[in-house]
Design a protein around this ligand. Structure first.
Ligand SMILES: [Zn+2]
Length: 65
C-alpha cells in the first residue's frame, strides 16, 4: 500500500498530512512524499516574494508616476 504524504505540511501547518492512498499494490506500507494544494499555494506565494526581493526591477511592472 502506498500512502501519499505532504512533505511540506509540518513546515507550514505544524502537523503532518497524510493525503490518501495512492496505490493498494502490495502488503507493505510505504509513503511517497509530495505537496498538497494548500502547501503548493503557500510555496508559490513564498517563492514569488523571494524572487520579488531579489529582482524587483524585473518582476515589478513598469509604473507610471
Ligand atoms: Zn500540505
Amino acid at each position: 500500500m502506498l500512502l501519499r504524504r505532504c512533505a511540506w505540511h509540518p513546515r507550514y501547518f505544524g502537523y503532518p498530512l497524510i493525503g490518501g492512498i495512492t496505490s493498494w499494490a502490495g502488503w507493505s506500507l510505504k509513503f511517497t512524499d509530495g505537496i498538497c494544494p494548500e502547501c503548493a499555494t503557500r510555496f508559490r506565494a513564498e517563492y514569488r516574494a523571494f524572487i520579488g526581493r531579489r529582482e524587483p526591477e524585473r518582476e515589478t511592472p513598469r509604473r507610471v508616476a
